[in-house]
Design a protein around this ligand. Structure first.
Ligand code: PMV
Length: 371
């Protein structure tokens, strides 16, 4: 697959208006993507669990313009409130994807979006938000192709695999990690020799059989700091240009993905913990050793990590943590040990959360069309 596979077939653009709703989840990386090349191509491959409870619902209304202008015509609402400050990001997204969706300037779009998690939770909504919007746009493209009488019956049908791949490809152009939110439950993004079908252009399902212990994994997200991100991911990825450890880091991520691929198949929970925690700490180490440098953990992030380590040593249970580019902690654990671990989280860890807030999430299976 190359980028040219995602250019559109011609369509006669006969649909005057309509409304589409998709719900798309967030995801949490196990091997982290940190550093990118031109056109949102990752410097290293990554793998994530798709989440379930943390999601964005987006309704896209589209009305055909009587005379298409030179610019994109759209407005965006978050929870029924117009968001002028979201427009530049959406405009950049439209500019990047216009070549693949040539109908974008023919319509006025009203984007209505809401998140299942609070806006100020420190949880980024770019993965769920960009993927939900990309899926709505893909549904319009599908309708346009379906209704194009100039095409043959075969040309008019779009199979699910292509639909998902192109939705992931477009999501990537909005926010890299968003390409891992279309499907579940384990998604790889970035070319890796050992992962069949993997691509830098879109996310693919982890192709091998996954051990039962890695099904239904839990992710309890401890909200340590609910403020705006201190470092945006755009700034963060740019820190990897000229970073003294960049080449070693990209190689390590490749090696970790190869190891994790084996572990996911053979059910080695201890091996899983080692890679996942090392990846989280390495991500933060990259930020501490870049110029400018940042410490994104808070004292309570470290308190939680130390408590998890002590509890694991004492009980031998398979609980571990991972981190995003922020202070919140994702506590990961297998379903078969979830009762005891959840009790531990409530009694020992929630005290370190801002206002005691946390989100109980678990592995999910991807986006859903609602309307
Ligand atoms: O998709 P972006 O550009 O917001 O980058 C996400 C980076 C991390 O969340 C830190 C890691 C990852 O792989 O999701």
């Amino acid at each position: 697959m190359t980028e040219s596979n995602f250019f559109s077939k011609s369509y006669s653009k006969e649909i005057p208006d309509g409304k589409i709703t998709w719900q798309s989840p967030s995801n949490i990386a196990l091997v982290k993507y940190w550093g990118k090349k031109k056109n949102q191509i990752p410097e290293n491959p990554s793998i994530s669990f798709t989440l379930d409870a943390c999601r964005t619902t987006t309704t896209l209304e589209f009305n055909r313009l009587s005379s298409p202008g030179n610019d994109f015509s759209f407005e965006i609402y978050l929870d029924d409130e117009i968001k002028e400050d979201f427009k530049p990001k959406i405009k950049t997204f439209f500019q990047r994807i216009e070549a693949y969706l040539p109908f974008l300037k023919d319509y006025h779009f009203t984007i209505r979006t809401s998140n299942s998690f609070p806006h100020s939770s420190g949880i980024a909504s770019s993965a769920s938000g960009m993927s939900a919007l990309a899926l709505c746009l893909m549904s319009i493209e599908k309708e346009l192709i379906n209704s194009d009488v100039a095409l043959s019956a075969v040309e008019r049908s779009m199979d699910e695999n292509y639909f998902n791949q192109k939705a992931s490809f477009l999501s990537r152009l909005g926010s890299g990690s968003a390409c891992r939110s279309i499907e579940g439950d384990l998604i790889v993004w970035g070319k890796h020799d050992k992962i069949i079908g993997s691509s830098d252009l879109f996310g693919v399902k982890f192709p091998d059989k996954v051990h039962d212990d890695f099904k239904n994994f839990h992710d309890t997200i401890l909200l340590v700091d609910k403020g705006e991100k201190q470092v945006s991911s755009t700034v963060g990825h740019n820190l990897m240009y000229g970073h003294p450890y960049a080449d070693d880091r990209f190689k390590q991520a490749n090696d970790n993905l190869a190891k994790l691929s084996e572990i996911l198949q053979n059910g080695d929970l201890k091996g899983f913990i080692e890679i996942v925690e090392s990846e989280a700490l390495t991500l933060h180490a990259m930020m501490m050793t870049s110029l400018p440098y940042f410490i994104l953990m808070k004292p309570n992030t470290l308190e939680i990590i130390n408590k998890i380590w002590a509890f694991r040593k004492e009980t031998g249970l398979n609980v571990c943590f991972t981190l995003d580019a922020g202070a919140n902690v994702h506590v990961l654990y297998p379903d078969k040990e979830s009762d005891t671990i959840y009790e531990f989280i409530k009694s020992e860890l929630v005290a370190y959360c801002q206002n005691g807030h946390y989100i109980c999430d678990r592995i999910g299976f991807g986006a859903k069309r609602l309307m």
